[in-house]
Design a protein. Sequence first.
Length: 350
Amino acid sequence: MDTEVIESAIVGKIVIGWNSLGDLRGWVDELSPFKVGVLTNDVVAKFWLDAVLQSLDGDISLFLVRDGEDAKSIETAIEIWSKMIKNGFTRKSLLIGLGGGVITDLAGFVASTYMRGILLILIPTTLMAQVDAAIGGKTGVNFIGKNIIGTFYPPNVVLIDPQTLQTLPREEYLNGLAEVAKYGIIMDRNFFEYLEENARAVLAQDKDIVTNIVKRCVMLKVQVVEEDLRESDKRRILNLGHTIGHGIESASNYRIKHGFAVSVGIVVCCLIAEKLLGFRETDRVIGLLETLGLPTRHNLDPKRIMEAIKVDKKAWYGRQVMILPERIGSVRIMEVPEDLILEALTEVAN
Ligand SMILES: NC(=O)c1ccc[n+]([C@@H]2O[C@H](COP(=O)([O-])OP(=O)(O)OC[C@H]3O[C@@H](n4cnc5c(N)ncnc54)[C@H](O)[C@@H]3O)[C@@H](O)[C@H]2O)c1
């Protein structure tokens, strides 16, 4: 299958193809960096660092951080900046971020701030990072709250090799599938149908199907990010299920993963949309999510989720602006009263 290259001023150059990691050298040479560094964590390094290092030569600096969300911190950024200075990184140097969303967010942040911005290549290795985190130029670290400190910084190249997903734990793959299904519901009915028809192959991680879905999701995200420039707030539609999802994550003390919480959040939005927009396709959405191995119900106290949502959204006036589907493939942004949210959360409680 051909490698696809998408280019735009706000998202940078995005290269998607099975085995595209083998082309890294060419993309690096095109940037002619003074020095090159690779930022990754110990888990990803075990599987993919050799492949990256093999395509580079010369003196490569390695910035190895611990696995997990905690690595996305100012302290880690300081460690990397310090090592960059020690290793003589200049404004014309290149940082390569190899890993999931934690690493791509951190690499983007470090690269955008070091000497007011250096060259950046992202190699996302989770489904979540390939279809979402590495696309669109948002970078950040956690500080007191999640993603409080960050920048917008389009990478020079995002190199997406769906082959890297083969070493991903099953749970992480499913976690990313919630975001994949989201794209179909918010803006692409044909894609939703494609996922329904190919669910078995998606779950089996068929090479062509996975490459196709990554390509499609990237194109859809790029489209939203570009439209956001003309129609501000367009980007908000990407948050379908996320307000409820964050509430579920928080009420579960983060035992429930982001994608799984978003999956339940999407169902809650469908139920609310039935009442406010006459949405009639909830069963179909639930059907796809369940076929993809995603949860559609929760075991938590709906009132606790509601409290967590209120804490998350500082400006709470008894109503919440939410993304609601009017049909599969199209959404509206609407204010929703608290009692409707609580009712829907109760309907999907076990
Ligand atoms: N910037 C954005 O627009 C944006 C959008 C969505 C999410 N995010 C951020 O992304 C982060 C979550 O990203 P994530 O879900 O990728 O989590 P993650 O980066 O923690 O990766 C999940 C796990 O998979 C491991 N892993 C990564 N690639 C692997 C591979 N190929 N094989 C084996 N193991 C592998 C990681 O080490 C980690 O243990 C959050 O911090 C979130 O805020 C950012």
